[in-house]
Structure formats: C-alpha cells, structure tokens
Design a protein around this ligand. Structure first.
Ligand code: NDP
Length: 446
C-alpha cells in the first residue's frame, strides 16, 4: 500500500470502526484514484477525497411492527444520504438480517460513482433494514413496510432522495411503501423507483440490472472479438438480478448452467432456459421457495452451501451478494477456463480474487459499471414520472443498452488515460469520480 493510500485508510478505519465492507470499498476507490490526485492537486487542496468519503447525512430509526401472532417486533431502519453533488440521492433499500450501517455505507459509497457513470443526474444513497422478509406472510411484510415508511417519508422526495429496491425489496415491498408514502403525504409523486407498471413504473426496470450486466459483458467480449453465442455461463443467486441476467444470456445464445440461493446451488447441464427459467421465476417470485426444488423437479444436481464457482464455464456472473466470490473460487474459475467475469451484485468479488483475475488477464467488469443498468433505468423511470408519460419497452431497452455501451467506453477510456489499459476497475472508479469531484469543486465547500 502506498503512503497516500495508507494515510487515508488509517483515518477511515479510525473514524469508521467495525465497518470492514466500507473500508474495503473505500480502499479500492482510493487506490484507483492515486494517479488522478497526482495530476490534479486542486482536488487534494479542496479535500475532495476526504469529503466524498463522509456521508452528507445518515438517518437511523426504530421500525416497530406487530407480527401475525400479535407479538411486537422491533427492527432498525437506515438511510445513508451519501452525496448529492450531481443530483438527488438515489440508491436501493435492502431488507436482510445482515444489514448494518457499515454495509449500507459501502453500498452508498459505491452508488455515488455508479450513478455518475450512468451519465444521468443522480447522487448516491442507500438504505434498508435488518428485517428478514423470508418466511413472513404478505400481511407481515406490509405492516413492516408501512412502519418503515412512516419514518422514511419525511426524509425523501422527488427532488431530494428517491430510493429503489435491492436484496429483499422487490415489487411487493415497493408497492406497500409507496402506498404508505402517498397516504402520509397526500401526494402521488415519483419518490420510489421499481414501481408497478400501472402506477408509474417503467417497462424494463425489473430486467434492467441483469440485462445491463450481460450487455456490459458483451461489450467486454467484443474487445476480444467474442460473443455469448455458445458460451457456458455460471450465475450465482436466483433473485431479481440473477433471473434477468440468465434470460439475457439465453437470448444471446449462451447457456446458463448454474444458479444458487443462500441454501445451495444447482447444476443443470441442459441450461436454465425455456420452461426451466419460467419455473425459477414462479419458484422465487410467487411461491418464494428454495432452489433445491428446481433440482427435484428437473432431476439435476443440487449441492448444499456455496460452490457455484466450481463449474466448467466460460463466463461468471456473480449476482447474489458481497464477497461471495473468493480467491479459491477465482482460482477454480480460471483453472476451468473462465475468461470473463461481470459483477451483477455489488462487490461480490473479494479484493484478492479481483487481483487474481486482473493478473490472469480475465475480462473483469466491476459492479459499479456492470450493474449500473438498474439505477440507470431507475433514472429513466424518474424522467418518465416527471414528464408524466411512459416509453415503450423497446425505447427503454434501447436507452439501457446505449448507456451500458457508454459506461464501457468511459471506463476503458479512463483506464487508458490514467495508465492502466484494460483495467475496468480503475477505469470505472476514475470516470465515476471525475464528474462528482468537478461538481463538488464548482459548488464550494459545503
Ligand atoms: P434479491 O433479493 O432479488 O436476490 C438475492 C439473491 O442472492 C437470492 O437468490 C438470495 O438467496 C441470494 N443471497 C442473498 N444474500 C445471500 C448470502 N448472504 N449468501 C448467499 N446468497 C445470498 O436481490 P437482487 O437480485 O435485487 O440483488 C442481488 C445483488 O445485486 C445485490 O448485491 C444487490 O445489491 C445488487 N444489485 C441489485 C440491483 C437491483 O436492481 N435489484 C441493482 C444493482 C445491484 P435467498 O433467497 O436464499 O436469500
């Protein structure tokens, strides 16, 4: 670690104790930005890095609700409003027992650069709760969402902060929260994205993160004159991002062999497409069951626990959660011939595994760039809400596709310009940072 990075990280660790995921996210960005700060002493003087690392505002609140047995439950709610230099705070809400302030700060920090890369006017934020929707009835989820929004509503607004979904927050949860916001504010306005199609949602928003991740991988493959046609693909997770990444791979002629959930993973050499993909959609979005049931239905392999990366594939799409792809997984993938990794999830690959991929000249698309399609399409949903009109499926998909191509170009160009050709990690961090840093310079010390 250079003295520059070391100094910043010592301060970050002192001030933000017991937040390892936040430290990890900051360190990766700071390492990438070293050559930028060297060329731009004005950023150093204005303490842009020190300011960007500190959230503008953090809100923490109690979320009390009553379960079906009449027992009072108490969860903790959060919203981290990280940076509004280029637009209203924008980023998802995560409902998962692992949620804590450090996790949301890592996600909110990443979101700043990702949103900047989309070219749309969106600042960075993230929020959520340690509530676990698994095993809860729809009524319980509704009561929780109403209680959560009973506090959050006073902090958000169409020009202030516009949350979206993330792990554990899909169309059902967005609907319940939107209903409660509307009741409290007596206003029908675009304060959440990922809404239902009949009440302000955008076509392609559910598909956007998964499609975007595959579009980004497609651009990386093109640099080596390759395409998805005939490639074998491993996907982790079986939630929103994983489902639509799988669909897009199928459309482009690839074959998804594996998917997973937090209990285990399946290997289906026939490919998860057609009625098999339909089955996953019903299993995960309607019946809310476990992936093991897929193996029982179609007679393929099922393994408990992690291990989805130990398969012979050409492309890996980690689409579940942070730090799910570790150094041994990276080694197994490379040994099995994998040459392209595109992150659908946020920070799914550990720093050692990222380094290993880069050393082995793997095409590696970091989440900040590769999964930006979700928030980009959220930005398109905001535009449609403001204009009170709806674009067609083709129009939104075309805009999403163009944005993903532009992000790819921006990342590769910045990587080249700052001395790390082909390194999408550095390129995405630098390209995302410059726009936010310049806006902060223009707006003075605030
Ligand atoms: P979902 O809740 O729809 O799905 C998450 C999937 O990951 C599920 O299959 C879940 O399994 C699995 N998973 C979650 N936590 C763990 C864990 N600790 N270990 C193993 N598996 C786990 O979430 P999304 O698909 O929306 O999000 C997935 C990732 O993509 C996250 O990192 C998110 O931040 C990122 N992302 C999402 C965007 C979006 O638009 N939705 C946008 C950009 C990034 P199980 O059901 O068993 O819990």
């Amino acid at each position: 670690m250079s003295a520059f990075v070391d100094n910043i990280m010592t301060d970050v660790k002192n001030v933000n104790q017991a937040e390892p995921e936040f430290h990890q996210a900051v360190q990766e960005v700071v390492e990438s930005l070293e050559p930028v700060i060297e060329r731009h002493p004005e950023y150093k003087e204005a303490k842009i890095l020190e300011r960007i690392i500190e959230p503008e505002r953090v809100i923490m609140f109690r979320v009390p609700w009553v379960d079906n047995a009449g027992v009072v439950q108490v969860n903790r709610g959060f919203r981290v409003e990280f940076n509004s230099a280029i637009g209203p705070y924008k980023g998802g809400l995560r409902f998962h027992p692992s949620v804590n302030l450090g996790i949301l700060k890592f996600l909110g920090f990443e979101q700043i650069f990702k949103n900047s890369l989309t070219t749309l006017p969106m600042g960075g934020g993230k929020g959520g709760s340690d509530f676990d929707p698994h095993g809860k009835t729809d009524d319980e989820v509704m009561r929780f969402c109403q209680s959560f929004m009973s506090e959050l509503f006073r902090h958000i607004g169409p020009n202030t902060d516009v949350p979206a979904g993330d792990i554990g927050v899909g169309g059902r949860e967005i609907g319940f929260m939107f209903g409660q916001y509307k009741k409290l504010q007596n206003a029908f306005e675009g304060i959440l994205t990922g809404k239902g199609l009949g009440w302000g949602g955008s076509l392609i928003r559910p598909e956007a993160t998964g499609y975007g991740c595959v579009y980004f991988a497609e651009e990386m493959l093109k640099t080596q004159k390759k395409s998805f046609d005939g490639l074998r693909v491993a996907v982790s997770g079986s939630g929103n991002v994983a489902q639509y990444a799988t669909q897009k791979v199928n459309q482009l002629g690839g074959k998804v062999i594996t998917m997973s959930d937090s209990s285990g993973y399946i290997i289906d050499q026939n490919g998860i497409s057609g009625e098999r993909w339909d089955y996953i959609m019903d299993l995960k979005n309607v019946r809310r069951g476990r992936i093991q049931e897929y193996a029982e239905k179609f007679g393929c392999e099922y393994h408990k626990g992690a291990g989805v990366w130990n398969t012979k594939v050409d492309v890996a799409l980690p689409c579940a959660t942070q730090n799910e792809l570790q150094i041994d997984d990276a080694k197994a993938l490379i040994k099995n011939g994998c040459f392209c990794v595109s992150e659908g999830a946020n920070m799914p690959t550990t720093p050692e595994a990222v380094d290993f991929f880069l050393e082995n000249k793997t095409l590696f698309g970091p989440g900040k760039a590769a999964n930006a399609g979700g928030v980009a399409t959220s930005g398109l949903e905001m535009s449609q809400n403001s204009m009170r009109l709806s674009w067609t499926r083709e129009e939104v998909d075309e805009k999403l596709h163009r944005i993903m191509r532009e992000i790819h170009t921006a990342a590769i160009t910045a990587a080249d310009k700052y001395g790390s050709p082909g390194n999408y990690v550095k390129g995405a961090n630098i390209a995302g940072f410059l726009k936010v840093a310049n806006a902060m310079m223009d707006q003075g010390i605030v």
